[in-house]
Design a protein around this ligand. Sequence first.
Ligand SMILES: [Zn+2]
Length: 282
Amino acid sequence: MRVIYLMLLLLSAAVSAKEEDRYAKVQIEAKAVAEHIYMLTGSGGNMAAVTGPQGVLLVDAQFAELAGKINAKLQQISANGKIATLVNTHHHADHVSGNKVLGQGVAIIAHQNVYQRLNADDKFDKKGLPTVLLQQPLQLMLNNVELELIPMPVSHTDGDVVVWFKQANVLHTGDLMFAGRFPFIDLKSGGSIAGYIENTRQLIARIDDNTKVIPGHGDLTNKAGLQQSLQMMEETLALVQSYKKAGLTLDQAIAKGLGEKYKSWHWNFITEKRWIETLYQA
Ligand SMILES: [Zn+2]
């Protein structure tokens, strides 16, 4: 008994050391995309920061373990590095786990369904719950940067918000875009395949060829990148629907695959198999 207990202890210590290690290696990088606007990357969903003397508006918070590094980076890039406002694009852990540290004492703004989901989640630290709940678009002004938080119809989840910097011509899509990769559509959290595709069309209609697009995951991109995502989704959906129409089971559809053209969109989280499983539910 005691030996097993000791082994379990050692095992859990090894696991948590590995977790710490995972964050220890992560660097927070900041890329200027417009005056007073940065894209920040580390581990998890891409962040954006509005910087300047009035403090920082941060879009998404990644993981609490990275909060120290995120704050240090904000000190470097902003005249006043103190966070004034935190925005969550949706409820997934890689976008909100840092709320409990980075959102302390400031307004945390999110879609009202994000509040409902996080409040019902036992694993979520309630210190990080959103305090301003959106149902309608909200305009904000900070450091002379104008931005609009726009709740979107169901797509990645049922609580997605995109951030539109109209003057600066920058769009943060949250997870309404995975640049160059098959997207995650969280059907269990109210997401919708048809909604995801339709919202991509809506975003394309809103922007122009010079718009800088910060995707939820992947590299900084633009309208052409969103158009490629849209085309990929339309074509692969039509393909999987043709398989279903021909009577293929899900396993047969997976075995048939999507062909050479979409190989590069496959990644460790949303593999070709998982994307077919998603599309098969449409
Ligand atoms: Zn997500």
